[in-house]
Each structure stands twice: as structure tokens, then as C-alpha cells.
Design a protein around this ligand. Structure first.
Ligand SMILES: [Fe+2]
Ligand SMILES: [Fe+2]
Length: 273
């Protein structure tokens, strides 16, 4: 090959990699801008009302795992090769390795992102994926892209922008309204049916796994009960595997039977979503 053609080809490759990285970064930034500037108390109530009718889908946990593999998670732009089903099994296996006796935690790892099935019916990504935070109280400075929070209408609402906002100190996270997301959705699906025997620690980890200011900082401790504070440990365990175990080699066919027994034990029935 002519050396000039080869050089031209290399320059072209470098340029297109740079351009697509830039594109990914821009899309990510826009996603987080939308999340931070648009999630308000009013929207959280509206989306909770909409999705907690549970009249959109009907399928089992194992079916939902196959289904989320077909959706593109907009919060994972930087890691698009990691499909949702593989991610679910990687997180589950990581938790199984770290906590062999807590089988419910392995299942929590497997299902923690299943609320993303909302994307299938056309829900906008910024209402489904990315970070979450309590609404109705001051925003934490540890929220990703905090500069976008100044464009959130709730930031200027005197009812919400000084501690403890619309809550009382140590009211308990269960009484705190969270921005709507796949975390909230799966939690309510499992609670609605009361068919889930997953311990409360597992449900707590599912519900708050995208809220870093809560699980990795003390920013929202003033809203927590002692039990909430104790249960943060389980979100941190989930988070450790969720964020950092993206490349382990896994043969899903080999381990699927183990997870089917866990589903039978903890969430056996068809769920209404
Ligand atoms: Fe998630
Ligand atoms: Fe995840």
C-alpha cells in the first residue's frame, strides 16, 4: 500500500475515534443535564402515578432479563459493548463471589437494572437511567454535573431549598420522594406484588443504587433513620460490583440454572409492570 494512503487512513481513523468519543461525551452531558434540570417534586409524583399503575407489561424476571438486553442504556454510552444481560450476570456473580452466603444479594445483583424495561415503551432515557436524588430538599453537591441543578425549578423554591426541605429531620428514606428512575420502578414493582421474599436490605439496595450522594457520602444522612444508615452497607456492596466489574468472563448458560432457582425462591410469579 502506498505510504500516503496508509498515513491518510491512520489520520482518518484517529479523527473518527476522537469524533465519536466527543459525541459520546456530549450525549452523556446532555443526559445528565436533563436529569438534573428536569427532575422536580411535581415530575416525581407524576411519573410515580403513571408507572405505579402496573398496567404496561406482564412478564417474569427471567423474561425481563432477556428483554432488557434489547434496550440501549443511554447512561452507559462509554461502555456500549457491555450489554444489559451480561452486565446483570457479571454483577450477580461478583456479589456471589464477595458474599457467598447471601443468596438474595446475588439475585439483587441480577435484577437491579430491570426497571430499564420502561425504555421499551418509549419512556425518555433521562426519566429511566442515570443518577437519582431526593427531591423536595436541597440538592447535594455530590450529584453528577451539579452545575445543571441551578436550572432545576425546585432549586429556587423556598419550600425545598433549605434543610430539611418538605421533610422532617430523620424522617426515614421510605417517606422521601426520589427522582423517578429504573431504581424506583423496580422497587415498586416488587413491593406491589408482595410476592417478592427479597429481604428489606436487598430492596433498599435496589431502590437507592443510583444515588451516590446517599450511599457514598453523608449528604442525606439527615433524612435517614438509624436503620437506613445501617442498610447503606448493602448498596455499597452492590455498587462495588455494579461500577467496577464490567469485564469478567462469564458463560451465562453455565450459571443460569443457579439464578433460576433464586428466582423460584424469591420472585417466582409473573409480575405486572
Ligand atoms: Fe442501575
Ligand atoms: Fe447496573
Amino acid at each position: 500500500m502506498n505510504v500516503y494512503i496508509l498515513l491518510g487512513f491512520i489520520v482518518c481513523c484517529i479523527y473518527s475515534i476522537h469524533a465519536s468519543n466527543q459525541n459520546i461525551q456530549d450525549m452523556r452531558k446532555q443526559l445528565y443535564y436533563d436529569i438534573n434540570s428536569k427532575h422536580t417534586v411535581e415530575l416525581a409524583k407524576e411519573l410515580k402515578d403513571k408507572w405505579c399503575k402496573f398496567n404496561t407489561y406482564n412478564f417474569t424476571i427471567m423474561e425481563a432479563l432477556d428483554i432488557i438486553d434489547t434496550v440501549n442504556d443511554a447512561s452507559a454510552f462509554a461502555d456500549i459493548s457491555n450489554h444489559n444481560k451480561m452486565h446483570a450476570y457479571q454483577v450477580a456473580e461478583c456479589l456471589r463471589k464477595n458474599h457467598p452466603r447471601e443468596d438474595w444479594l446475588h439475585l439483587v445483583g441480577l435484577i437491579h437494572d430491570l426497571g430499564k424495561v420502561m425504555l421499551l415503551s418509549g419512556e425518555e432515557p433521562w426519566k429511566v437511567v442515570g443518577n437519582t436524588f431526593p427531591v423536595g430538599c436541597p440538592f447535594s453537591t455530590h450529584i453528577v454535573y451539579p452545575e445543571a441543578l441551578q436550572d432545576n425549578p425546585d432549586a429556587n423554591n423556598v419550600l425545598y431549598n433549605t434543610k430539611p426541605g418538605m421533610y422532617e429531620n430523620n424522617i426515614g428514606l421510605d417517606k422521601v420522594l426520589m427522582s423517578w428512575s429504573h431504581d424506583e420502578y423496580l422497587y415498586h414493582v416488587l413491593m406491589n406484588h408482595k410476592q417478592s421474599n427479597i429481604p428489606k436490605e436487598g430492596l433498599f439496595a435496589i431502590r437507592y443504587h443510583s444515588c451516590a450522594p446517599l450511599h457514598s457520602y453523608t449528604d442525606y444522612d439527615y433524612l435517614c433513620t438509624q436503620e437506613d444508615l445501617d442498610m447503606k452497607y448493602w448498596i455499597q456492596q452492590l455498587n462495588l460490583c455494579d461500577k467496577f466489574d464490567k469485564h469478567s468472563e462469564i458463560n451465562i448458560d453455565d450459571i443460569q440454572p443457579y439464578y433460576e432457582t433464586l428466582v423460584q425462591k424469591y420472585v417466582p410469579e409473573n409480575l405486572e409492570w
